[in-house]
Design a protein around this ligand. Structure first.
Ligand code: AMP
Length: 284
């Protein structure tokens, strides 16, 4: 595995790979790798000839009071894991390489970003779109792999690729969970053992909402009530949002109809840690 830290090095590598007629699969990450990331690496190895991963804690996607400085980092361990999972190139730029002094550009994807995660974290998706656009321009991947774990992010990235005619195919992989149902996340490291236990309520609440839907519930407010009731069974939980929406545009109709694909979206604080999760459902 080759470790690259400058954009110039990446451009040379990428152009050599393309000249050799090989395809590139990119997995953008913020590091502190876990099984979720590793599943994306494995998926990329299956789909493309050369697997490129990036590790960059992207400052533009963090709000002023968020955890940019304390976001967990462990480059040595990440490097080992990436190598074990057959990553060919690991791009680890520093913040000034990506955003040199005088950097001015912004990205804004309308509509999709003004609800749920975008509403609670203003500017978050502008930063995500900006860094993903830059990585695509630098690496020129044929495929890019994202986790369903960040569902709204996958919609925003797909919209950007479509609207800006980017030549990268987006592939979304399922959320990897612990046996308890808790979705793997770098931020889980912030949780105490008790909080980890409490955090299983996210998956539990989504399962109970799914039960209600399987039993014929179609009314969005009723489904949301099931989610809120289950989540509130954990003392001290703070709910940012817990709602079911249409999966394609995150709109929130009063009722769902057969064959509609919907997504349950959750963001809650367990103690000081903010966790998100989601669950796709097709109405029968
Ligand atoms: P992050 O390092 O958190 O920015 O995540 C990098 C990529 O890994 C994103 O596409 C995430 O959606 C994906 N990812 C994070 N957690 C999981 C998970 N538990 N299962 C699958 N993919 C994940």
């Amino acid at each position: 595995m080759k470790i690259l830290t400058t954009i110039d090095e990446v451009r040379v590598a990428s152009s050599d790979i393309s000249k050799a007629g090989k395809t590139i699969g990119l997995i953008p990450t913020m590091g502190y790798l876990h099984e979720g990331h590793l599943s994306l690496f494995d998926n990329a190895n299956e789909h493309s000839d050369i697997t490129f991963a990036s590790i960059f804690v992207n400052p533009t996607q963090f709000g002023p009071n968020e955890d940019y400085n304390k976001y967990p980092r462990d480059i040595d361990r990440d490097t080992e894991l990436a190598e074990e999972h057959n990553v060919d190139y690991l791009f680890i730029p520093d913040a000034l390489e990506m955003y040199p002094i005088g950097f001015c550009a912004t990205m804004y994807i309308r509509n999709l970003t003004d609800k749920f995660e975008g509403q609670l974290r203003p500017g978050h998706f502008d930063g995500v779109a900006l860094v993903v656009c830059k990585l695509f321009n630098i690496i020129r991947p044929d495929y890019a792999f994202f986790g369903q774990k960040d569902y709204q992010q996958t919609l925003v990235v797909k919209q950007m690729v479509k609207d800006l005619n980017m030549d990268t195919k987006i592939i979304v992989s399922p959320t990897i969970r612990l046996d308890s149902g808790l979705a793997m996340s770098s931020r889980n490291t912030y949780l105490s053992d008790e909080e980890k236990e409490n955090a299983t309520v996210l998956y539990y609440a989504m399962e109970r909402a799914k039960d209600a839907i399987d039993n014929g519930e179609r009314n969005r407010k009723e489904i949301n009530a099931v989610l809120h009731k289950q989540l509130r069974s954990v003392q001290g939980i703070r709910i940012d949002y817990a709602s079911i929406a249409l999966a394609n545009d995150l709109s929130e109709p009063d009722y769902f109809y057969p064959n509609e694909q919907a997504v349950i979206l959750l963001a809650v604080y367990i103690g000081k840690t903010r966790l998100i999760d989601n669950f796709l459902i097709t109405f029968q």
